[in-house]
Design a protein around this ligand. Structure first.
Ligand code: C2E
Ligand code: MG
Ligand code: MG
Length: 535
């Protein structure tokens, strides 16, 4: 006993841990997905932010060039030099500004007017659509070691603050940003060289991932600042940056997984113990069988009863047959329930069945029974011993159990040869088709409760009912309607020409033998009185 308990604890623990591990994996996957999504949108935001800053600088640079080209001072005069110094002083983004004459530097804020080189300007790297020339030649403009950009418009030039390298500081950007070539002539100027990046994805708005790095490119739409900026972050940095989300997802996954595993284990033990209890209950004959009347809808007369099993477990809880019959089916001992029901029916009703030739009891038979070689002999011998004819015991089989292997077909034929009526239970919920019903050669269909419940509603199931009734008529099948709870539902079926049988709370709930027999006797007496009065 102790060992069994220890084993249960260990298995439950193992199931919890395994499910928690699966949950952690799922949580990691979810957290990673969220982190990468968040990073992608952050990268695109930051690239857009950098672009908007670059646009501000570009406006400033171009405003300085415009002011220089429209100045009224003679170029490089004292007033002009003072004007240039003032312009440089006012601008945050310019390192140096100057004038050009005969394709040479004529004067500049850094070099003044003397000691100027006689060298000609180098070839510009490109010319923008607005005519502004772009140079990237640090040596010529005397700013060694800094890859600065120089813009020239007319006879004026400005040397830009090398801001692209400093985007991070300037805009508070956390990500690595890269400035990519533009049609204005800025050549690729990445913060770090990445040869996997190709021109097309770096020169239009796009979000992409190459290897273990995420990228987002945003481009400026300004003519004066025709550049694209790509922000990038490695996957591991992205996960680190979103570790809060990662941790939350891991915790959630682990907890949900663990709980799930724990509950599954509990359910498993509960089922296992239910199974054992059920086996004990059957062995000790603790299942009860109750009987629900089946009536002729036209006359209201009781023509039969369905035997239904009932079980209360050892803790005193009533367990529904839909649960315990299923457990027995799954564990392969449903035949024992069937045997118990047959035994109870014959013990309690043998006499009634012998004396009431037109009264029958319906028994639910599981799919497994049909394939069990012991079932038919057991039934036959039991009936023999009780002196009850096969015609008095109806066999109900569910539609799904007949979906149909040869064995079930064979068993149905055999049952009918013996004299039993065979009814298809829960009709309409399974796989039946017309031709299939024909092949089955059964005696009746029991229309499932779901159809009855739908009467008076708009449900499509209602529209199928007339077809089912017509089909039954064509195939000469008796119809029994399940789950009749209201007189409106009964009226729906009792109008037709063919006599239809009904079963449901309107005519009586399932009750123990004694109660059922009492009712039957009362009805018998009433009928006898009516008969005497008529005579
Ligand atoms: P079933 O054979 O279709 O039995 C009819 C079910 O409908 C019964 O449920 C019955 O109590 C219920 N019922 C009858 N009239 C009404 C009504 O007007 N309204 C409502 N809402 N329900 C109504 P129960 O007894 O819980 O049985 C459920 C199912 O379990 C049965 O469906 C049958 O498939 C299975 N079952 C019950 N006893 C046995 C058994 O001894 N052996 C086997 N193999 N299956 C059984
Ligand atoms: Mg039934
Ligand atoms: Mg049914």
């Amino acid at each position: 006993m102790k060992l069994a308990l220890r084993q249960r604890v260990l298995v439950t623990l193992a199931a919890t841990l395994v499910a928690a591990a699966v949950g952690l994996l799922a949580g990691y996957w979810a957290g990673r997905t969220i982190a990468l999504r968040l990073t992608a949108s952050r990268l695109s935001r930051e690239a857009a932010l950098a672009i908007s800053e670059a646009n501000t600088y570009a406006h400033d640079d171009h405003a300085a060039l415009d002011a220089m080209n429209t100045s009224r001072y003679p170029y490089c005069s004292d007033e002009d030099m003072e004007f240039l110094h003032q312009l440089l002083y006012d601008s945050i983004f310019l390192k140096e500004i100057g004038r050009i004459r005969d394709n040479k530097i004529a004067c500049s804020t850094t070099l003044g007017r003397e000691h100027l080189s006689s060298a000609e300007l180098p070839k510009p790297e490109g010319t923008g659509t607005d005519g502004v020339k772009v140079y990237r030649d640090p040596l010529f403009f005397r700013l060694p070691n800094v890859a600065v950009t120089t813009l020239q418009a007319g006879d004026s030039y400005v040397v830009l603050y090398p801001y692209f390298e400093n985007f991070r500081e300037l805009s508070g950007i956390q990500m690595k940003t890269k400035v990519i070539s533009s049609s204005q002539g800025l050549s690729a100027h990445p913060a770090e060289k990445d040869f996997r990046l190709t021109q097309p994805i770096l020169t239009r708005n796009s979000d992409f991932r190459i290897g273990d790095t995420l990228y987002s490119t945003r481009c400026s739409s300004l003519v004066i600042n025709n550049i694209c900026i790509t922000a990038s972050l490695s996957v591991s940095e992205a996960l680190l940056a979103n570790r809060g989300e990662m941790k939350a997802m891991l915790a959630l996954g682990g907890t949900v997984g663990g709980l799930f595993g724990f509950l599954v284990a509990l359910l498993h033990w509960r089922n296992r113990s239910l199974e054992n209890q059920l086996r004990r209950a059957i062995r000790k004959d603790k299942l009860r069988v109750v009987f629900q009347p089946i009536v002729n809808l036209a006359s209201g007369e009781i023509v039969g009863a369905e035997a239904l099993s009932r079980w209360t477990d050892e803790e005193g809880f009533a367990v529904g047959p839909d649960i315990f019959v299923k457990i027995a089916e799954e564990r392969g001992f449903v035949g024992e329930i069937t045997r118990l029901v047959v035994r109870h029916v014959l013990r309690d009703f043998a006499e009634t069945l012998r004396t009431h030739a037109d009264f029958h009891i319906s028994i639910n038979v599981a799919a497994a029974d049909l394939g069990d070689p012991r079932f038919l002999p057991m039934l036959e011998q039991s009936l023999d011993r009780a002196g009850v004819s096969a015609a008095s015991v109806v066999i109900e089989i569910t539609e799904s159990s007949t979906a149909l292997h040869q064995v079930a077909m064979e068993a149905i034929r055999h049952l009918r040869r013996l004299g039993h009526s065979v009814h298809i239970d829960d009709f309409g919920t399974g796989y039946s088709s017309l031709s299939y019903l024909h092949d089955l050669s059964v005696d009746a269909i029991k229309i499932d409760q779901s159809f009855t419940r739908a009467i008076g509603t708009e449900a499509v199931t209602v529209s199928i009912l007339p077809q089912i009734l017509a089909m039954a008529e064509t195939l000469h099948l008796q119809v029994i309607v399940e789950g009749i709870e209201t007189s409106r539902q009964a009226a729906y079926f009792s109008g037709g020409s063919k006599s239809i049988l009904g079963q449901g709370w309107l005519f009586g709930r399932p009750v123990p033998t004694e109660e059922f027999l009492h009712r039957l006797r009362t009805e018998d007496e009433k009928a006898a009185l009516v008969a005497t009065a008529a005579a």
